[in-house]
Design a binder for this molecule. Structure first.
Ligand code: GDP
Length: 464
Protein backbone atom coordinates (compact mmCIF):
# COMPACT_ATOMS: atom_id res chain seq x y z
CA UNK A 1 0.00 0.00 0.00
CA UNK A 2 1.55 3.30 -0.98
CA UNK A 3 0.42 6.84 -0.88
CA UNK A 4 -0.10 8.19 -4.36
CA UNK A 5 3.42 9.51 -4.72
CA UNK A 6 3.83 13.21 -5.10
CA UNK A 7 0.14 13.72 -5.16
CA UNK A 8 -0.21 16.97 -3.27
CA UNK A 9 -3.40 17.57 -1.30
CA UNK A 10 -4.89 20.67 0.28
CA UNK A 11 -7.86 21.55 2.46
CA UNK A 12 -9.16 24.14 4.86
CA UNK A 13 -8.35 22.72 8.28
CA UNK A 14 -10.33 25.06 10.50
CA UNK A 15 -14.11 24.93 10.99
CA UNK A 16 -16.39 26.96 8.70
CA UNK A 17 -17.58 30.40 9.76
CA UNK A 18 -15.89 33.68 10.61
CA UNK A 19 -12.88 33.62 12.89
CA UNK A 20 -9.66 35.48 13.57
CA UNK A 21 -7.63 33.11 11.50
CA UNK A 22 -8.32 30.15 9.28
CA UNK A 23 -5.78 27.54 8.32
CA UNK A 24 -5.19 25.84 5.03
CA UNK A 25 -2.94 22.83 4.97
CA UNK A 26 -1.06 21.55 1.94
CA UNK A 27 0.78 18.23 2.03
CA UNK A 28 2.78 16.31 -0.54
CA UNK A 29 5.87 16.45 -2.74
CA UNK A 30 4.92 19.72 -4.44
CA UNK A 31 3.39 21.54 -1.50
CA UNK A 32 6.25 24.01 -1.01
CA UNK A 33 6.50 24.60 -4.76
CA UNK A 34 2.76 25.27 -5.04
CA UNK A 35 2.70 27.60 -2.03
CA UNK A 36 5.74 29.47 -3.37
CA UNK A 37 4.00 30.05 -6.70
CA UNK A 38 1.21 32.05 -5.06
CA UNK A 39 3.05 33.57 -2.09
CA UNK A 40 4.91 36.86 -2.09
CA UNK A 41 7.08 37.36 0.98
CA UNK A 42 7.25 40.85 2.47
CA UNK A 43 10.99 40.43 2.87
CA UNK A 44 11.40 39.07 -0.64
CA UNK A 45 12.26 35.56 0.53
CA UNK A 46 11.70 32.54 -1.68
CA UNK A 47 9.60 29.87 0.07
CA UNK A 48 11.35 27.18 -2.00
CA UNK A 49 14.51 27.87 0.00
CA UNK A 50 12.81 28.08 3.38
CA UNK A 51 14.12 25.84 6.13
CA UNK A 52 11.83 23.50 8.03
CA UNK A 53 9.77 24.92 10.93
CA UNK A 54 9.99 28.49 9.66
CA UNK A 55 7.18 31.03 9.41
CA UNK A 56 6.99 33.59 6.59
CA UNK A 57 4.88 36.71 6.46
CA UNK A 58 3.51 37.95 3.16
CA UNK A 59 0.64 37.94 0.69
CA UNK A 60 -1.15 35.36 -1.34
CA UNK A 61 -1.18 36.75 -4.86
CA UNK A 62 -3.09 35.49 -7.86
CA UNK A 63 -0.25 34.81 -10.33
CA UNK A 64 -2.56 35.43 -13.30
CA UNK A 65 -3.49 39.02 -12.51
CA UNK A 66 -1.11 39.95 -9.66
CA UNK A 67 -4.04 40.70 -7.33
CA UNK A 68 -3.53 40.28 -3.58
CA UNK A 69 -6.00 37.75 -2.19
CA UNK A 70 -5.06 37.76 1.50
CA UNK A 71 -2.37 38.64 3.98
CA UNK A 72 -0.99 35.45 5.44
CA UNK A 73 1.69 33.58 7.35
CA UNK A 74 3.11 30.49 5.69
CA UNK A 75 4.70 27.85 7.88
CA UNK A 76 7.00 25.36 6.19
CA UNK A 77 7.55 21.80 7.43
CA UNK A 78 10.01 19.73 5.44
CA UNK A 79 9.68 15.95 5.22
CA UNK A 80 9.86 13.86 7.33
CA UNK A 81 9.37 16.39 10.13
CA UNK A 82 5.70 17.11 9.62
CA UNK A 83 2.36 15.70 10.67
CA UNK A 84 2.00 13.66 7.49
CA UNK A 85 5.69 12.91 7.08
CA UNK A 86 5.63 14.78 3.75
CA UNK A 87 6.47 18.37 2.86
CA UNK A 88 3.74 20.47 4.43
CA UNK A 89 2.87 24.14 4.19
CA UNK A 90 0.30 25.61 6.53
CA UNK A 91 -1.13 28.94 5.49
CA UNK A 92 -2.70 31.08 8.20
CA UNK A 93 -5.21 33.31 6.44
CA UNK A 94 -7.84 35.64 7.75
CA UNK A 95 -10.66 33.47 9.00
CA UNK A 96 -13.59 34.45 6.77
CA UNK A 97 -15.09 31.83 4.52
CA UNK A 98 -14.39 33.82 1.34
CA UNK A 99 -10.65 34.51 1.72
CA UNK A 100 -10.05 30.92 2.72
CA UNK A 101 -12.02 29.65 -0.22
CA UNK A 102 -10.15 31.95 -2.63
CA UNK A 103 -6.73 30.91 -1.35
CA UNK A 104 -7.73 27.25 -1.51
CA UNK A 105 -8.95 27.67 -5.10
CA UNK A 106 -5.60 29.18 -6.07
CA UNK A 107 -3.74 26.28 -4.48
CA UNK A 108 -5.94 23.79 -6.32
CA UNK A 109 -5.56 25.55 -9.66
CA UNK A 110 -1.79 25.48 -9.17
CA UNK A 111 -1.52 21.73 -8.92
CA UNK A 112 -2.90 20.39 -5.63
CA UNK A 113 -5.98 18.24 -5.32
CA UNK A 114 -8.67 18.69 -2.69
CA UNK A 115 -8.01 16.38 0.26
CA UNK A 116 -10.59 13.81 1.15
CA UNK A 117 -11.88 13.66 4.74
CA UNK A 118 -9.16 12.18 6.94
CA UNK A 119 -6.59 12.14 4.15
CA UNK A 120 -3.90 14.03 6.12
CA UNK A 121 -4.21 11.58 9.00
CA UNK A 122 -4.26 8.68 6.57
CA UNK A 123 -0.97 9.84 5.06
CA UNK A 124 0.51 10.20 8.54
CA UNK A 125 -0.54 6.61 9.17
CA UNK A 126 0.68 5.25 5.83
CA UNK A 127 4.01 7.03 6.26
CA UNK A 128 4.41 5.41 9.67
CA UNK A 129 4.16 8.67 11.64
CA UNK A 130 1.29 7.36 13.73
CA UNK A 131 -0.54 4.07 14.06
CA UNK A 132 -4.26 3.58 13.68
CA UNK A 133 -5.16 3.99 17.36
CA UNK A 134 -3.33 7.31 17.36
CA UNK A 135 -5.10 8.44 14.19
CA UNK A 136 -8.40 7.54 15.80
CA UNK A 137 -7.19 9.37 18.92
CA UNK A 138 -6.93 12.56 16.86
CA UNK A 139 -10.62 12.34 16.02
CA UNK A 140 -11.43 11.57 19.62
CA UNK A 141 -9.56 14.64 20.80
CA UNK A 142 -11.44 16.80 18.30
CA UNK A 143 -14.81 15.40 19.29
CA UNK A 144 -14.28 15.09 23.05
CA UNK A 145 -17.31 16.11 25.00
CA UNK A 146 -16.07 16.13 28.57
CA UNK A 147 -12.67 16.50 30.20
CA UNK A 148 -12.69 12.81 30.99
CA UNK A 149 -13.27 11.91 27.32
CA UNK A 150 -10.47 14.31 26.39
CA UNK A 151 -8.05 12.68 28.84
CA UNK A 152 -8.80 9.28 27.35
CA UNK A 153 -8.44 10.58 23.81
CA UNK A 154 -5.07 12.14 24.61
CA UNK A 155 -3.91 8.82 26.01
CA UNK A 156 -4.87 7.15 22.75
CA UNK A 157 -3.25 9.90 20.74
CA UNK A 158 -0.01 9.61 22.64
CA UNK A 159 0.10 5.91 21.92
CA UNK A 160 -0.77 4.44 25.33
CA UNK A 161 -3.26 1.99 23.83
CA UNK A 162 -0.75 0.95 21.16
CA UNK A 163 1.86 0.36 23.88
CA UNK A 164 -0.52 -1.87 25.76
CA UNK A 165 -1.39 -3.82 22.62
CA UNK A 166 2.29 -4.14 21.81
CA UNK A 167 2.99 -5.47 25.30
CA UNK A 168 0.42 -8.24 24.80
CA UNK A 169 1.62 -8.91 21.28
CA UNK A 170 5.21 -9.31 22.46
CA UNK A 171 4.08 -11.99 24.88
CA UNK A 172 2.23 -13.82 22.12
CA UNK A 173 5.24 -13.55 19.80
CA UNK A 174 7.60 -14.90 22.47
CA UNK A 175 5.31 -17.85 23.00
CA UNK A 176 5.00 -18.40 19.29
CA UNK A 177 8.77 -18.39 18.88
CA UNK A 178 9.21 -20.95 21.64
CA UNK A 179 6.61 -23.24 20.17
CA UNK A 180 8.07 -22.94 16.68
CA UNK A 181 11.47 -23.83 18.07
CA UNK A 182 10.00 -26.85 19.82
CA UNK A 183 8.39 -27.97 16.58
CA UNK A 184 11.60 -27.54 14.60
CA UNK A 185 13.91 -29.05 17.21
CA UNK A 186 11.71 -31.46 19.16
CA UNK A 187 14.66 -33.27 20.68
CA UNK A 188 16.11 -30.07 22.21
CA UNK A 189 14.41 -29.37 25.48
CA UNK A 190 13.92 -25.61 25.73
CA UNK A 191 14.93 -24.39 29.13
CA UNK A 192 12.16 -23.18 31.39
CA UNK A 193 9.42 -24.05 28.94
CA UNK A 194 7.40 -26.90 30.28
CA UNK A 195 3.69 -27.51 30.22
CA UNK A 196 2.85 -25.58 33.39
CA UNK A 197 4.86 -22.56 32.31
CA UNK A 198 3.12 -22.61 28.96
CA UNK A 199 -0.28 -22.69 30.64
CA UNK A 200 0.65 -19.85 32.98
CA UNK A 201 1.76 -17.67 30.13
CA UNK A 202 -1.39 -18.38 28.12
CA UNK A 203 -3.58 -17.56 31.09
CA UNK A 204 -1.71 -14.35 31.68
CA UNK A 205 -2.36 -13.23 28.09
CA UNK A 206 -5.99 -14.24 28.40
CA UNK A 207 -6.37 -12.21 31.61
CA UNK A 208 -4.85 -9.12 30.02
CA UNK A 209 -7.19 -9.35 27.04
CA UNK A 210 -10.19 -9.82 29.29
CA UNK A 211 -9.16 -6.85 31.40
CA UNK A 212 -8.97 -4.60 28.34
CA UNK A 213 -12.30 -5.83 26.95
CA UNK A 214 -13.97 -5.16 30.30
CA UNK A 215 -13.15 -1.45 29.98
CA UNK A 216 -15.00 -1.10 26.71
CA UNK A 217 -18.48 -0.39 28.02
CA UNK A 218 -17.30 2.63 29.94
CA UNK A 219 -14.83 3.68 27.25
CA UNK A 220 -17.43 3.66 24.49
CA UNK A 221 -19.82 5.70 26.64
CA UNK A 222 -17.16 8.33 27.35
CA UNK A 223 -16.40 8.66 23.68
CA UNK A 224 -19.84 8.45 22.12
CA UNK A 225 -21.92 9.88 24.93
CA UNK A 226 -25.15 8.46 26.13
CA UNK A 227 -28.41 9.12 24.35
CA UNK A 228 -31.22 9.47 26.77
CA UNK A 229 -34.81 10.56 26.73
CA UNK A 230 -37.22 11.83 29.40
CA UNK A 231 -40.76 10.49 29.10
CA UNK A 232 -43.93 10.94 31.12
CA UNK A 233 -47.42 12.29 30.70
CA UNK A 234 -48.04 16.03 30.52
CA UNK A 235 -47.17 18.10 33.59
CA UNK A 236 -45.21 15.45 35.43
CA UNK A 237 -42.23 17.82 35.43
CA UNK A 238 -40.13 16.78 32.40
CA UNK A 239 -39.25 20.29 31.27
CA UNK A 240 -38.60 21.35 34.84
CA UNK A 241 -36.16 18.50 35.29
CA UNK A 242 -34.42 19.27 32.05
CA UNK A 243 -34.15 22.93 32.96
CA UNK A 244 -32.73 22.05 36.36
CA UNK A 245 -30.12 19.84 34.74
CA UNK A 246 -29.36 22.49 32.13
CA UNK A 247 -29.23 25.31 34.65
CA UNK A 248 -25.95 24.10 35.96
CA UNK A 249 -24.00 25.60 33.10
CA UNK A 250 -20.91 23.64 34.05
CA UNK A 251 -22.73 20.53 33.00
CA UNK A 252 -23.36 21.63 29.45
CA UNK A 253 -21.10 20.67 26.63
CA UNK A 254 -21.75 21.88 23.15
CA UNK A 255 -20.61 20.08 20.10
CA UNK A 256 -19.20 22.39 17.50
CA UNK A 257 -20.75 21.94 14.04
CA UNK A 258 -18.59 21.17 11.07
CA UNK A 259 -16.63 18.41 12.74
CA UNK A 260 -18.36 15.11 12.18
CA UNK A 261 -21.95 16.06 12.80
CA UNK A 262 -23.97 18.75 11.13
CA UNK A 263 -26.20 19.87 13.96
CA UNK A 264 -25.19 21.39 17.23
CA UNK A 265 -25.71 18.88 19.98
CA UNK A 266 -25.81 19.62 23.64
CA UNK A 267 -24.48 17.22 26.20
CA UNK A 268 -24.93 17.24 29.93
CA UNK A 269 -21.78 16.35 31.75
CA UNK A 270 -22.71 13.79 34.39
CA UNK A 271 -19.44 13.22 36.21
CA UNK A 272 -17.51 12.99 32.99
CA UNK A 273 -20.13 10.99 31.14
CA UNK A 274 -21.55 12.99 28.23
CA UNK A 275 -25.31 12.61 28.44
CA UNK A 276 -27.35 13.76 25.48
CA UNK A 277 -31.04 14.30 25.98
CA UNK A 278 -32.53 13.44 22.63
CA UNK A 279 -34.53 16.20 21.02
CA UNK A 280 -34.01 18.47 23.97
CA UNK A 281 -35.73 21.40 22.30
CA UNK A 282 -38.60 19.24 21.16
CA UNK A 283 -39.34 17.98 24.62
CA UNK A 284 -39.06 21.44 26.04
CA UNK A 285 -41.61 22.76 23.59
CA UNK A 286 -44.11 19.96 23.38
CA UNK A 287 -46.53 19.17 26.13
CA UNK A 288 -46.13 15.48 25.86
CA UNK A 289 -43.68 13.60 23.72
CA UNK A 290 -46.02 10.72 22.96
CA UNK A 291 -49.09 12.85 22.33
CA UNK A 292 -47.53 15.57 20.19
CA UNK A 293 -45.11 13.75 18.00
CA UNK A 294 -46.96 10.47 17.82
CA UNK A 295 -46.21 7.02 19.03
CA UNK A 296 -44.23 6.12 15.93
CA UNK A 297 -41.68 8.86 16.31
CA UNK A 298 -41.48 8.34 20.04
CA UNK A 299 -40.73 4.71 19.40
CA UNK A 300 -37.94 5.75 17.08
CA UNK A 301 -36.45 7.98 19.78
CA UNK A 302 -36.83 5.26 22.31
CA UNK A 303 -35.17 2.75 20.05
CA UNK A 304 -32.13 5.00 19.72
CA UNK A 305 -31.98 5.76 23.42
CA UNK A 306 -29.36 4.20 25.67
CA UNK A 307 -31.26 5.30 28.75
CA UNK A 308 -34.84 6.32 29.53
CA UNK A 309 -35.91 8.51 32.44
CA UNK A 310 -39.60 8.00 33.07
CA UNK A 311 -41.38 10.49 35.31
CA UNK A 312 -44.48 10.00 37.40
CA UNK A 313 -46.32 12.70 39.36
CA UNK A 314 -47.48 11.65 42.84
CA UNK A 315 -50.16 14.30 42.91
CA UNK A 316 -51.81 12.44 40.05
CA UNK A 317 -51.08 8.93 41.26
CA UNK A 318 -50.30 6.07 38.93
CA UNK A 319 -52.69 6.34 35.98
CA UNK A 320 -53.48 4.45 32.78
CA UNK A 321 -51.31 6.82 30.75
CA UNK A 322 -48.33 6.11 32.98
CA UNK A 323 -48.77 2.39 32.42
CA UNK A 324 -49.13 2.92 28.67
CA UNK A 325 -45.84 4.84 28.57
CA UNK A 326 -44.19 2.28 30.82
CA UNK A 327 -45.14 -0.51 28.41
CA UNK A 328 -43.24 1.35 25.68
CA UNK A 329 -40.05 1.76 27.69
CA UNK A 330 -39.91 -1.14 30.09
CA UNK A 331 -37.29 -3.06 28.16
CA UNK A 332 -34.84 -0.17 28.04
CA UNK A 333 -32.31 0.74 30.69
CA UNK A 334 -34.79 2.68 32.75
CA UNK A 335 -34.90 4.92 35.79
CA UNK A 336 -38.30 5.72 37.28
CA UNK A 337 -38.51 9.20 38.74
CA UNK A 338 -41.37 9.73 41.13
CA UNK A 339 -41.70 13.49 41.13
CA UNK A 340 -43.41 16.20 43.20
CA UNK A 341 -42.74 14.42 46.46
CA UNK A 342 -42.92 17.83 48.13
CA UNK A 343 -46.68 17.94 47.59
CA UNK A 344 -47.64 15.05 49.86
CA UNK A 345 -45.35 13.99 52.70
CA UNK A 346 -47.71 11.14 53.61
CA UNK A 347 -48.00 9.66 50.16
CA UNK A 348 -48.20 5.89 50.10
CA UNK A 349 -45.60 4.65 47.60
CA UNK A 350 -46.37 0.95 47.98
CA UNK A 351 -48.33 0.57 44.73
CA UNK A 352 -45.69 2.39 42.69
CA UNK A 353 -42.82 0.57 44.35
CA UNK A 354 -44.49 -2.78 43.70
CA UNK A 355 -45.21 -1.99 40.05
CA UNK A 356 -41.63 -0.88 39.33
CA UNK A 357 -39.76 -3.18 41.63
CA UNK A 358 -37.51 -4.37 38.84
CA UNK A 359 -36.18 -0.90 38.07
CA UNK A 360 -34.24 1.73 39.88
CA UNK A 361 -36.71 4.16 41.35
CA UNK A 362 -36.00 7.57 42.83
CA UNK A 363 -38.30 9.84 44.79
CA UNK A 364 -37.53 13.36 43.78
CA UNK A 365 -38.78 16.90 43.89
CA UNK A 366 -37.57 18.93 40.96
CA UNK A 367 -39.11 22.01 42.50
CA UNK A 368 -37.11 21.68 45.69
CA UNK A 369 -34.17 20.17 43.84
CA UNK A 370 -34.30 17.06 45.96
CA UNK A 371 -32.91 13.84 44.53
CA UNK A 372 -31.01 15.45 41.64
CA UNK A 373 -27.61 14.37 42.92
CA UNK A 374 -28.97 10.87 43.49
CA UNK A 375 -30.32 10.92 39.96
CA UNK A 376 -26.84 11.54 38.58
CA UNK A 377 -25.51 8.63 40.60
CA UNK A 378 -28.38 6.44 39.44
CA UNK A 379 -27.63 7.29 35.81
CA UNK A 380 -24.05 6.15 36.23
CA UNK A 381 -25.13 2.96 37.99
CA UNK A 382 -27.81 2.21 35.44
CA UNK A 383 -25.53 2.52 32.44
CA UNK A 384 -22.41 1.00 33.87
CA UNK A 385 -24.13 -1.55 36.09
CA UNK A 386 -21.71 -3.88 37.73
CA UNK A 387 -18.80 -2.30 35.93
CA UNK A 388 -16.53 -0.64 38.41
CA UNK A 389 -15.85 2.94 37.44
CA UNK A 390 -12.31 3.26 36.27
CA UNK A 391 -11.89 6.95 36.48
CA UNK A 392 -8.17 6.62 37.13
CA UNK A 393 -7.58 4.09 34.41
CA UNK A 394 -5.39 5.39 31.63
CA UNK A 395 -6.57 3.13 28.88
CA UNK A 396 -10.18 2.44 28.17
CA UNK A 397 -11.27 0.71 25.00
CA UNK A 398 -13.50 3.30 23.39
CA UNK A 399 -14.29 1.84 19.99
CA UNK A 400 -16.38 -1.13 19.01
CA UNK A 401 -13.79 -1.85 16.31
CA UNK A 402 -11.12 -2.36 18.98
CA UNK A 403 -13.41 -4.39 21.17
CA UNK A 404 -14.27 -6.80 18.35
CA UNK A 405 -10.59 -7.29 17.52
CA UNK A 406 -9.76 -7.95 21.18
CA UNK A 407 -12.58 -10.48 21.40
CA UNK A 408 -11.18 -12.25 18.34
CA UNK A 409 -7.74 -12.32 19.96
CA UNK A 410 -9.25 -13.66 23.18
CA UNK A 411 -11.12 -16.46 21.38
CA UNK A 412 -7.90 -17.47 19.67
CA UNK A 413 -6.05 -17.66 23.00
CA UNK A 414 -8.88 -19.67 24.48
CA UNK A 415 -8.54 -22.12 21.61
CA UNK A 416 -4.82 -22.46 22.37
CA UNK A 417 -5.62 -23.14 26.02
CA UNK A 418 -8.08 -25.78 24.85
CA UNK A 419 -5.54 -27.40 22.54
CA UNK A 420 -3.11 -27.47 25.43
CA UNK A 421 -5.63 -29.19 27.71
CA UNK A 422 -6.26 -31.78 25.02
CA UNK A 423 -2.50 -32.17 24.59
CA UNK A 424 -2.72 -31.56 20.87
CA UNK A 425 0.50 -31.12 18.88
CA UNK A 426 2.08 -27.65 18.91
CA UNK A 427 1.15 -27.00 15.27
CA UNK A 428 -2.39 -26.48 16.44
CA UNK A 429 -1.29 -23.79 18.84
CA UNK A 430 0.73 -21.79 16.39
CA UNK A 431 -2.16 -21.39 13.97
CA UNK A 432 -4.28 -19.81 16.68
CA UNK A 433 -1.43 -17.71 18.01
CA UNK A 434 -0.99 -16.30 14.50
CA UNK A 435 -4.68 -15.58 14.41
CA UNK A 436 -4.41 -13.80 17.76
CA UNK A 437 -1.53 -11.66 16.48
CA UNK A 438 -3.49 -10.73 13.37
CA UNK A 439 -6.46 -9.67 15.47
CA UNK A 440 -4.24 -7.48 17.67
CA UNK A 441 -2.60 -6.04 14.56
CA UNK A 442 -6.00 -4.88 13.35
CA UNK A 443 -6.19 -2.49 16.28
CA UNK A 444 -2.97 -0.72 15.43
CA UNK A 445 -3.63 -1.10 11.72
CA UNK A 446 -0.79 -3.41 10.69
CA UNK A 447 -2.98 -6.26 9.54
CA UNK A 448 -5.88 -4.37 8.05
CA UNK A 449 -6.79 -4.42 4.41
CA UNK A 450 -6.69 -1.24 2.37
CA UNK A 451 -10.45 -0.90 2.00
CA UNK A 452 -11.02 -1.14 5.74
CA UNK A 453 -8.37 1.50 6.33
CA UNK A 454 -10.04 3.71 3.74
CA UNK A 455 -13.36 3.27 5.48
CA UNK A 456 -11.93 4.16 8.89
CA UNK A 457 -10.35 7.35 7.60
CA UNK A 458 -13.40 8.38 5.61
CA UNK A 459 -15.20 8.88 8.95
CA UNK A 460 -12.72 11.63 9.75
CA UNK A 461 -13.55 15.22 9.11
CA UNK A 462 -12.34 17.35 6.25
CA UNK A 463 -8.95 18.93 6.70
CA UNK A 464 -7.77 16.35 9.20
P1 GDP B 1 -43.93 18.60 31.68
O1 GDP B 1 -45.21 18.86 30.99
O2 GDP B 1 -43.79 17.16 32.03
O3 GDP B 1 -42.75 19.13 30.95
O4 GDP B 1 -44.03 19.33 33.11
P2 GDP B 1 -43.44 20.73 33.53
O5 GDP B 1 -41.98 20.63 33.80
O6 GDP B 1 -43.91 21.78 32.59
O7 GDP B 1 -44.16 20.91 34.95
C1 GDP B 1 -45.55 21.03 35.11
C2 GDP B 1 -45.85 21.78 36.35
O8 GDP B 1 -45.38 21.05 37.49
C3 GDP B 1 -45.13 23.11 36.44
O9 GDP B 1 -46.02 24.06 36.97
C4 GDP B 1 -43.96 22.88 37.38
O10 GDP B 1 -43.60 24.03 38.10
C5 GDP B 1 -44.56 21.85 38.32
N1 GDP B 1 -43.54 21.00 38.93
C6 GDP B 1 -42.51 20.36 38.34
N2 GDP B 1 -41.80 19.65 39.25
C7 GDP B 1 -42.40 19.86 40.46
C8 GDP B 1 -42.11 19.41 41.79
O11 GDP B 1 -41.18 18.67 42.06
N3 GDP B 1 -42.98 19.83 42.75
C9 GDP B 1 -44.03 20.62 42.49
N4 GDP B 1 -44.82 20.99 43.51
N5 GDP B 1 -44.29 21.08 41.26
C10 GDP B 1 -43.50 20.71 40.24
Amino acid sequence: MTVLENDTIAAISTPPGSAGIGKIRISGGSSIEIAASIFRSIKGKDLRKARTYTAHYGHIVNPENGKIVDEVICIVFREPHSFTGENVVEIDCHGGTLPLQKVLELILSNGAKLAEPGEFSKRAFLNGRIDLTQAEGIMEVINSKTEKSLDLAINHLSGKLSEKIKEIKDKVIALYAHLEASIDFPEDEIEGFDSSVLEKRLKNIKAQLEELISTSKEGIIYREGLKSVIVGRPNVGKSSLLNTLLEDKRTIVTDIPGTTRDAIEEYLNIEGIPLRIIDTAGIRKTEDLVEKIGVEKTEKYLKEADLVLMMIDISQGLGKDDIRIYELVKNKPLIILVNKTDLDPDFDYSEIEEKFKNHSLLKISVKEERGIKELKEAIINEVLGENIRRTDEEILISRTRHKIALEKALKAIERVIDSHRQELPYDFYTIDLRYCLDALGEITGETLTEDIIDRIFSDFCLGK
